[in-house]
Design a protein around this ligand. Structure first.
Ligand SMILES: [Zn+2]
Length: 84
């Protein structure tokens, strides 16, 4: 049994293709039973897209404050939000 990351498995769980998983927060990875996991990625499979999302830089994730600006009538060009 292998419980580390990255791992691969011939059991895909809820996934739809052969991939390796690199992040514990991946729900596809979590759907694969521990006894079916094998260490690493010796077969050269592509990285799971869900794992890739978890490792994405912050700049590619839409910031929360974007929603506040979009929903506000105040279109001040400043990015700073006054604490008043
Ligand atoms: Zn994954």
């Amino acid at each position: 049994m292998y419980t580390g990351y990255p791992f691969h498995s011939r059991h895909r769980g809820i996934g739809i293709s052969d991939v390796y998983h690199s992040h514990p927060a991946c729900q596809v990875a979590s759907s694969i039973a521990l006894e079916y996991r094998l260490p690493g990625n010796p077969l050269g499979w592509p990285e799971c897209s869900y794992c890739a999302v978890h490792f994405a830089p912050r700049s590619t994730i839409r910031p929360v404050h974007t929603l506040r600006i979009a929903s506000s009538l105040d279109l001040d060009s400043s990015d700073e939000v006054s604490p008043t």
